[in-house]
Design a protein around this ligand. Structure first.
Ligand SMILES: NC(=O)c1ccc[n+]([C@@H]2O[C@H](COP(=O)([O-])OP(=O)(O)OC[C@H]3O[C@@H](n4cnc5c(N)ncnc54)[C@H](OP(=O)(O)O)[C@@H]3O)[C@@H](O)[C@H]2O)c1
Length: 324
């Protein structure tokens, strides 16, 4: 099969196409013909070595496709079933082996490309708005990079729960997308050097109940300063680089605020929690309350370009790799 094979960590140039033997499913594993693989920041951390991986490996935590073979003990999953996953590896390939415990059935009414686009960022946006800070009607939340894969989903989910969303973006096109997703106000953080001041002005001096920050280094100080007393800073990523060590006294000075650095795996810790979050995401897609925006489709061989575009702020919404 054709797959992206990482034999050394580094920049996007280490994403090379290779011809490899088809993987074989072992006990409790499925072999899936991959229709689409989701591209995520996580994949760039695996690729660069920021999150160390044993070499060589096929990257890609997320995808969807059709089961073509099953090992023993796969709990009723059958050849021909459509499945999606967000917490596996090896998705940048024509075929992938997925543990049955990580596979989720794709419900009727959700096409396979949409399924490959929804789970990793969708379940993340779900745990951030439901479990890290349960968004309340009438409150204001700040969503950084609001036109990104995560940002568009967070904006929609927080708006659906009755919050007012203030988004930050870098360009007019991204501003339009953030507003279409429901953002009531949008700040261009490249132009305003006082994002926190803008948030305070827009909230009558109160500040935001929660800040969803996947940008990290360049936004962290403003995120902290934009919170209302006892607000929640969910620092869930570092697209602009890691945040330096934080003195806990800064949380006191900001108004007895909370800081958390959450990650999806801890919020889909059991099969029950995984299937619950995935079902909520798929249900929202099916009833039309959550729109998945696919901002870029790339042939498998162009994985390098997908990573370059993602890391250079050239993309909006979800990016997919298409192996066939
Ligand atoms: N913790 C978790 O469980 C979890 C799960 C999924 C994703 N994440 C994190 O969520 C974040 C967003 O992921 P995504 O896949 O949805 O990406 P994305 O938001 O589609 O892309 C990143 C965006 O960040 C903004 N950005 C600001 N400064 C940047 C810089 N210096 N370099 C690159 N981008 C910059 C850009 O938007 P503007 O041009 O508008 O500034 C860019 O488009 C990542 O940090 C990722 O690691 C975390």
């Amino acid at each position: 099969m054709r797959a992206i094979h990482i034999t050394e960590t580094g920049g996007p140039e280490v994403l090379r196409l290779a011809e490899l033997p088809d993987p074989e499913p072992g006990p409790s594993q499925l072999l899936v013909d991959v229709a689409a693989a989701g591209v995520n920041y996580l994949d760039t951390y695996h690729r660069s070595g920021a999150y160390p991986m044993p070499l060589p490996f096929i990257p890609g935590a997320e995808g969807a496709g059709t089961v073509t073979a099953v090992g023993p003990d796969t709990g009723g999953v059958a050849v021909g079933d459509r499945v999606a996953w967000a917490t596996s590896l090896g998705s940048y390939a024509e075929r992938a082996v997925v543990a049955a415990t990580q596979a989720l059935p794709v419900p009727p009414g959700v096409d396979t490309e949409t399924a490959a686009s929804s789970l990793l960022q969708g379940m993340t946006a779900h745990y951030l708005t439901v479990s890290v800070h349960a968004v309340q009607p009438g409150e204001t939340v700040l969503v950084h990079a609001a036109a990104g894969g995560m940002g568009l989903l967070l904006t929609q989910l927080a708006t659906a729960r009755g919050a007012r969303v203030i988004g930050t973006v870098s360009t007019p096109d991204k501003e339009r997308l953030a507003r279409e997703a429901g953002a009531a106000d949008v700040i261009r953080y490249g132009e305003s050097d006082d994002v926190a001041g803008e948030v305070r002005r827009l909230t009558g001096g109160d500040g935001a109940a929660a800040v969803y920050d996947g940008v990290g280094a360049s936004t962290f100080d403003a995120s902290l300063a934009a919170l209302r007393p006892r607000g929640m800073l969910a620092l869930y990523g570092a697209a602009s680089g890691p945040v330096p060590p934080v003195d806990p006294m800064r949380l006191k000075a900001a108004g007895s605020v909370f800081l958390t650095r959450p990650v999806l795996e801890h919020y889909v810790a059991t099969r029950e929690e995984l299937t619950w979050r995935a079902a909520e995401v798929f249900d929202a897609i099916r009833d039309g309350s959550l729109r998945i925006t696919i901002g870029g489709r790339y042939p498998l061989a162009e994985a390098r370009r997908a990573h370059e575009d993602l890391q250079n702020r050239r993309t909006t919404g979800k990016l997919l790799l298409l192996p066939h």
